[in-house]
Design a protein around this ligand. Structure first.
Ligand code: ATP
Ligand code: MG
Length: 457
């Protein structure tokens, strides 16, 4: 699970826990309070009806029985309660249902009320078959109990009222949970967005953009991390650039003494007698100097290609290919090797200056090193949607797949006969990358190696 969703899960989970711990006791408390409130209000209504029943129950002359019936019926209709008014013998004198005249004296709550006590509670109904909530109160005139009033409600109705209150609590809890989830998502997004930016900066540096830096905002731990990251990137950039600078400077400084050394050896060779046994040694020394010079040139080229800023220019790759092939033909001709070109009239790509020449020269040079006498080397140029493709095919021994990757590493050489410096392909790769292109090696249909480069159009 990503950090973002983990944060959301923790925040929402915590909120749910708090709501649970808070709302479970609250819901049970709310139930009790609500039931109490209902019983109190029922009792108050029962006492009011009891007050209105006094005259009727006293059996006074002209007592308005019809008025009492109206009140009892009205209450029953308005509230879905069943109201019964009972005289001191337990006989129903007024009721919101059809129980007038029935004898309720054996019902425990009626007995209690006739004994002068107000009672409330729950019991199973004989008639309805579902639990009832009841309130029974005595009707008094002074100390004398004249009868009783009983209100009954189906328990389910009372439950419905209580449940609607508890449901309100649940809805509030649900809204709180949704709000917590939304806030958690926003907070997590804000935190992870900053971490993602830091990761992007790290990836940019890993891909070679040493100037990439993380954005520092705020003053919290993530901002501190971004600052530390930037300090580290500053140091890495400094170290890498000074190393590159050193390689470039050192190569540059070595060129002059090497040229002087070479001149001095040439001069020494001239002064020597042809039979002098030292001639061979001087010749070998001159070869070594040549090798050293190529190495230094390669290092200098690499240092330049790896430099920070590169201006890319438009180049007609087809024209360059024709020109370079023409230059290589005499050298190939010495060994009867045909250097051929297959290119369209024009193929414009974008590359750093001299990159195309260097790429073709290095590929052809490598091929000439390995091909047998009398074979062919083909430089082909093709325009493709992805860029301009340069391919150099030869009829040499080729390279095994695992070596084709490594061949672009600095100083990697397939043959240890002391020929090359192992920098040619590294220079090619650097120049192509600096131009926004790519390089790779493949098996040639001619049996040898196919060295490729693709440059953007
Ligand atoms: N066309 C090819 N066929 C077979 N092997 C090749 C070919 N091109 C390159 N290689 C192998 O890849 C190695 C690296 O080539 P790279 O051009 O980098 O160095 P190099 O040719 O040895 O030296 P230099 O720095 O003088 O070019 C070579 O030593 C060779 O073994
Ligand atoms: Mg080479």
């Amino acid at each position: 699970m990503s950090l973002r969703w983990r944060l959301v899960a923790v925040l929402v989970g915590f909120t749910a826990l708090v709501l649970l711990v808070q709302n479970v006791p609250l819901a049970s408390y709310l139930r009790t309070v609500e039931l109490d409130r209902i019983f109190t209000s029922l009792q108050r209504d029962a006492f009011t009806i009891a007050g209105l029943s006094i005259q009727v129950l006293e059996g006074e002359e002209g007592a308005d029985t019809a008025a009492l019936d109206k009140v009892v019926d009205g209450y029953g209709t308005a509230t879905s309660a069943t109201v019964v008014v009972i005289d001191s013998n337990g006989v129903v004198v007024a009721a919101s249902d059809s129980s007038v005249g029935e004898d309720y004296s054996n019902r425990p709550e009626i007995q209690e009320a006739l004994d002068g006590r107000a009672v409330s509670g729950e019991r199973a109904s004989q008639t309805l078959g579902e639990p009832l909530v009841y309130v029974a109160v005595p009707v008094r005139a002074g100390t004398q109990v004249l009868g009783a009033v009983r209100l009954t409600y189906p328990r389910s109705e009372v439950e419905a009222v209580v449940n609607s209150r508890v449901r309100g609590l649940l809805v509030a809890a649900g809204i709180t949970l949704v709000a917590a989830a939304v806030i958690a998502i926003l907070v997590a997004a804000a935190v992870t967005r900053r971490i993602r930016r830091l990761r992007d900066a790290a990836e940019d540096i890993a891909e070679g953009d040493l100037a990439a830096r993380a954005e520092v905002s705020g003053s919290d731990e993530i901002a501190e991390l971004a600052e530390s990251f930037n300090t580290m990137a500053d140091r890495v950039q400094h170290v890498v650039e000074s190393q590159k600078g050193f390689a470039g400077d050192a190569s540059h400084q070595l060129r002059t003494p090497l040229s002087t050394l070479r001149l001095r050896l040439d001069r020494a060779a001239e002064l020597m007698d042809g039979d002098d046994p030292a001639v061979d040694q001087v010749d070998a020394a001159r070869d070594e100097i040549d090798r050293l010079q190529r190495l230094v040139d390669g290092l200098l080229m690499l240092a330049r290609a790896d430099g920070k800023e590169h201006d890319v220019v438009a180049v007609d790759v087809a024209a360059v290919a024709r020109d370079r092939v023409e230059s290589w033909q005499p050298l190939g001709g010495e060994r009867d090797v045909e250097v051929l070109v297959d290119a369209p009239g024009i193929a414009v790509a974008h590359a750093v200056p001299s990159a195309v020449e260097q790429i073709i020269d290095n590929y052809v040079d490598n091929a000439l090193d390995v091909v047998p006498d009398g074979s062919r080397i083909l430089v082909s140029v093709r325009i493709e949607p992805a860029g301009v493709l340069i391919q150099v095919d030869d009829e040499g021994p080729g390279l095994p797949a695992e070596d084709r990757e490594r061949a672009f590493d600095r100083f990697w050489r397939g043959r240890q006969d002391g020929g090359g410096s192992g920098l040619g392909l590294a220079v090619v790769a650097s120049l192509a990358t600096a131009s926004g292109g790519t390089v790779w090696l493949d098996q040639s249909p001619w049996g040898g190696l196919r060295a490729c480069a693709r440059l953007p159009q």
